[in-house]
Design a protein around this ligand. Sequence first.
Ligand SMILES: Cc1cc2nc3c(=O)[nH]c(=O)nc-3n(C[C@H](O)[C@H](O)[C@H](O)COP(=O)(O)O)c2cc1C
Length: 305
Amino acid sequence: MYSLIKRLFFNDAKIKIFSIIRMADDKVAERVFFVSQGNSVDVTATHSMICLDPFCIAVWLSCGHPALFDLNHANIEFRKGKQVNAQLKVSLIEKIIVAGCEMLLYKIEKVRNCQSNFLRRFVLFSYLLRNKTSSYWDRRVISALYSYPRKVIIVSYSDEEHHNIFPMDIQGFAEEAGLYVLGLRTTNHTLDRILTTKKVVVCDTDSVDVNVVYTLGKHASAAPPKIEDLPFKVTNSEVFKFPIPDFTGSYKEIEIIYNRKMGYHMLMIGKVLNSKVMKQNTASLYHIGFLESFINNYCSIDGQY
Ligand SMILES: Cc1cc2nc3c(=O)[nH]c(=O)nc-3n(C[C@H](O)[C@H](O)[C@H](O)COP(=O)(O)O)c2cc1C
């Protein structure tokens, strides 16, 4: 039955919550807009997912923009060209000021998926993607959030007793303000250490094998593998001396200056202390929602949509 429905609705494509693609940052064609009171502003480079339970998103608006909007209630719109892929209705949790940058923390209240047609979406979210760990609502919100490709980074942490290198995609970089945003599970054992020392390094996923990334993500943070047992070589970062994988094209050393528990994830905001570029023209791994990938024929790392 599953195979028949899959064939009928999705040409027998491999169904998954999102595809993994590799691309250069400047090749991302999707855009994200903050919409309220008839005005809209492009927040593609100035928004980030911050928590998946409950679903929360952060937006930082440039000077002058806040006055144009009702900041308490807004829509976040995901578009590709003129096509609206999805819309999220959000309500303000808190407005915070970090290093002079005004950040708006929003909870996602409603979702409208617009890709393909209702029947296809219904079959996908209610049947083909069904599993025990997510609800119909979860799958619809994830699809909306990932209709914008989410970059996968590698996080590195080290102190005298503990070293951990693991992937993250709940992250964003407010380049103008030099601030980095991370959403890390509160269960992660490395989290307390990052919050104590206020230090973390983020690396791009330039030439890494996707299986290496997923294997790093499977290690329990309570007992991460020894650095010498990892399937790649490392060098030390310039300032913190944290391990930097040899597949990385660039890294940033970050001092955490703000943190707030959003739910399952801890929001951390950090100031970039050192930004190092070793390779030019890099391409990173991205997670992209199944519908966005399927409709646009994105070439997934595993050869499927
Ligand atoms: C591609 C990928 C992206 C991930 N992104 C995140 C993330 O953004 N935030 C997070 O907390 N964990 C993320 N994880 C899981 C972490 O890498 C890590 O496994 C987890 O934090 C370990 O926590 P635990 O010891 O409580 O299981 C990701 C895993 C993978 C494979």
